[in-house]
Write a protein that binds this ligand. Sequence first.
Ligand code: G3I
Length: 348
Amino acid sequence: MRKPLSTSLITAALVAAGVLLPVGPAAATPTDTLATDTLASATLASAAERSGRYFGAGVQGYKLADPVYTGILDREFAVVTPENEMKLDATEPQQGRFTFGPADRIVDHAVRQGKRVRGHTLLWHPGQPSWLVNLQGAALRQAMLNHVTQVAAYYRGRVFAWDVVNEAFADGTSGARRDSNFQRTGDDWIEAAFRAARAADPGAKLCYNDYNIENWAHAKTQAVHRMVRDFRARGVPIDCVGLQSHFTANHPVPADFATTIRNFAALGVDVQLTELDIEGSGATQAENYRRAVTACLAVSRCTGITVWGIRDSDSWRASGTPLLFDSTGAKKPAYTAVLNALDGGPCP
Ligand code: G3I
């Protein structure tokens, strides 16, 4: 029977393979007895994996032709979310005619690279094709639920989590639902969407996804929490809440971010940071990223983090330089802060 390799030999092999990077004065050698917790991970994905989490990125399919973009994606990220290619206008441009080519390009790449896919998003009020906007009442409700069913069924087994409904609550202090054609079909449209998604793909985690629900004191956060609590109490199939986590100078990482994550997790759902980006630069931006990642790491059911793009130039708000890589693809201080936070290490 083969004698099992010692930990230090395995560690040395991982270091030699570039999977783990040594921290401290000397690289590991077979005679050193380095405990693995003194070794930093080499990538965001491997660092997150060490705490049982994923680290992912929002992806734009047409950019997969860019070797710098795809090189970073394949090296650093374990999960991809199509930024636009699975949205309503992209997947059902005419009623009953489904087009999955652009999304499949991303999904196929992810599968080839051994990555998982988050689906984004089955129902979202902006970006609706004109045929859907022009419907109302029972016809609209039937079309909405058919869309959920057809798209979720098509990706059954290839998407591990869906943003079933995106941004259904109003900003501000009302705590009310956002007015939309979907909402005008009746309050129960969100749970109907979740039930349809579960029926179409019983294996996918079903998420409600929204922005500005990161601060526990905010009315919108409280309203979403009440909905999820009600859904869980009534057996509506919901498995996760997506906190988009778009932060700016005016909407910074809240001091009570971990409290918010913990309070959603306490409802019995996973929490995912689904669209993390933080406007800024240098050490201040790095510190904000460290705080956001640390808040997720503080709660075991915060199961993963997705940054909303790869390079600053790929961002929906590129002028805010909100991501971990600059426009040339070089790592920024924010990258190092995230890697160190995931590794439980020092801030830069
Ligand atoms: O594909 C067309 C292209 O053919 C056309 O030439 C070009 C100029 O009109 O537009 C292109 O479509 C754009 C699309 O991104 C793809 O680049 C749309 O105009 C543009 O509105 C769309 O913006 C996306 C936005 O959602 C609206 O769907 C952003 O990339 C995307 O990052 C952003 O992401 C959202 C999340 O889905 C939900 N949470 C908020 C987040 C930021 O708004």
